[in-house]
Design a protein around this ligand. Sequence first.
Ligand SMILES: Nc1ncnc2c1ncn2[C@@H]1O[C@H](COP(=O)(O)OP(=O)(O)OP(=O)(O)O)[C@@H](O)[C@H]1O
Length: 815
Amino acid sequence: MHLPEFLSSKYDHEEKNSMSLSNKENKNWKSTETFAWNEGDVLGKGATAVVYKARRRPNGCVCAVKYFHERVSHHFASVALREIDLLKKLDHRNVITIYAVERDSPSGNYVMGMELCEGGSLYSMLDQPKFSYGLPEEEFLVVLFDIASGMQYLRQMGIIHRDLKPGNIMRFIDDTGQSIYKLTDFGAARQLDDEENFTSIYGTEEYLDPNMYEKAVLRRHSVPYQEFDASVDIWSLGVTIYHVATGHLPFQPYGGRSNSQTMFLITSTKESGVISGIQRYQNGDIEWSKELPGTCRLSLGLKCLVVPMLANMLESDKRRRWSFEQFFREVFKIQDMLTIRLYDCSVGSNLKIYVEKCDRYAAVQEKIAMESDIPSGQQLILFQNRELEEIVNDMTCEVQNYPTSVLHGQLYLYNKDRTDVKKIMIPDIPQYPIFPDIFPIENKVLDKDSHIGHKCSAISYLIEVQVKDLIVLQELMQQAERCLREYIQRITRRINNCVPEMCKLLEETKKRTESFYQTFGVIHDILYSVSSLAAEERIRLIARRYIEDIALTLRDQSPRETQQKAENRTEEIKVYMSVLVDKVTEQEREAITSCVGCMTEDRCVQKSHHLSTKIYEIYKTFADHRKKRYLSQEEEFAHRSDRIRIQKFIEQLEFVMNDHCMKNTAKMHQVTNKQIAMLIKHFIRTGKVDQNIKSVLDCQSKLSLRMEQMVKRCTDLLHRLNLEVIPKMTGQPAEASLLGTMGAELQPRSSFHPMTLTSLKSDFQILQNDSIQIESIMRHHAEELEQQANNLKELSENLPKPDSFETGVQASSDS
Ligand SMILES: Nc1ncnc2c1ncn2[C@@H]1O[C@H](COP(=O)(O)OP(=O)(O)OP(=O)(O)O)[C@@H](O)[C@H]1O
């Protein structure tokens, strides 16, 4: 059976109660009609019963039997039976399944057969050093969802549990190795009709609602008749959830249970929003907190959801305390959420962002801003070497429609505007306690050593996890740098690819512009001849009016200036880009050659695992010695030397973390962030280049627009020329000398359209000889010009459109 790594080693619980029936020190076998068990196979002991691992007839399946004590069977038979009656009715994956209730003979004690929960109780889990600072996030959530689901079922069945605590939540392991948490021990439960309250007192004192505590523990009856409703379960659940998240109880008076007055003071006088109150010294002040402790292993994203939930559940004033419905709503909302993994390189923290399925990008950005301190406008989020916005396409879509690769992959977060390096965020690691140098080793010392050993082992596990996280962080730092560099390289490639296209476009536009100047020049000249040749004064006037108009167009040099500006910009872009590409390449070489992190051959993870296992083993020996209460000379010798060994392992472990991994991580954070800062500057530069490209394309668009206007104007002119001027010219004598001058004047403009001009010149020659032909000549030119105008129009239509380039200008200017 495959178990998650952190759960794979056997628990104390399991070690104490080996699951293999054959391995048992063979005690008495007992059996009822359906169940058979060996009295050596104890799974756990409670106030009312002993629970054994058993076999079920007829198929021999393993199960658990709860063997109620004689006194319970006799005096509390009603309690046991009540539990049995209740359990028989229940059928839910998060509530323990009961198979049968039988009586043992000849004792007559009740025996309840139920499903076996191999993982032991949640309490036994939390009691292990490994989970002394709370469960890892994944398992914490399984617990939360399972208890909420079990409780919801119990509510539907009209049941108040009344003894909710980690000891009454069992871990069942399914065939896939997944944990399923089940509510058990309904010894205190009872059915509650709607709105009905109950007055009897049950529960375990650390988890008791303040009013119940006052009545049950302090035996005070501040209100003559106290009614307790289902809200008492909410309080106990709040304490349980806090315990699971942190590994310790939220409300701790100095001296523990013996200091019940302070316990009541803490729980009954705490402010709203406070989720823990700890008194560290005798009669000392209470340390209140509205946050989960720094050692808690939950992500910041989940803490943000769990803390308000706890605050509402641990509300002293039960009128303000959350109802079950509110609790269920919140838990199932969390269950329905999606998470996004995002490495924030400025503080070196891998964030887990909890988002609702229907959230849109703006909401996601807000959540990121809350956890990273990077305002949404300054966030640059990359997935592999692309911006998230590029991958998601439609940023207004709901998160649940994002590609699965994004939702399950690793994203990287950069600050577009700030490149300063912040201090890396490392979770708190408590100080190791010191073993006092007390000899001889007597019982008190054994107790203390076992206690200190437990704490040392707990801290060592925390360090082991920390070392693993640091190695992952180092990998993420390098990835974050690589990812950004590749992204910038993509941008530079894109820009470099678009520059030649842009140049081509500009060249074509230039040709067109010049061609128009040329065409207008020709028209101007023709009209000029008309204005002199036409016999009719009105025609000459019309021609002159057109000439003035055209002269204005010809004098306007702004298209040429725009063209020049675009050409200059393009040249600048080329130079700028070649420098940028060189810089990025240079930096890449630097990154490859500078190596600052932990190496595989350093074996940091393996070393820390080995050392923390050694520390755990010593703690286990100390725990055994404590149980024994008497040590032989040899054992005492071993115990003393183990104290020295454990200190040595601790020093080595601290060295691995502080002097190796932590230093390397901090160094890598510095180095990669320096590189990232430079890359961000390059990124900003590419943004500026994009702006320049945009400006070139703007020029290009302006020119195109201008060309279109000119095409229109040209066509219009030709049309009018046809209508108004040429027909009137028929039969009019030409003034040869003027035309000759005109022909000479056209000479300098002949560079672009030699054919047109040659033909014009010869036409003028003909005109000098035979003015009768003027109509056909003008028509000929008119057609030629019209043809040219059409060609230009076509040329402009066939040109690549500026916005057809993949320039990213839009995206960058938008963002
Ligand atoms: N189904 C089970 N599978 C495995 N272990 C179990 C199971 N039920 C109970 N246990 C173990 O037995 C211990 C005692 O069981 P349980 O809490 O039900 O007894 P109890 O006498 O009702 O306890 P309490 O003192 O809380 O009233 C549990 O803490 C747990 O370790």
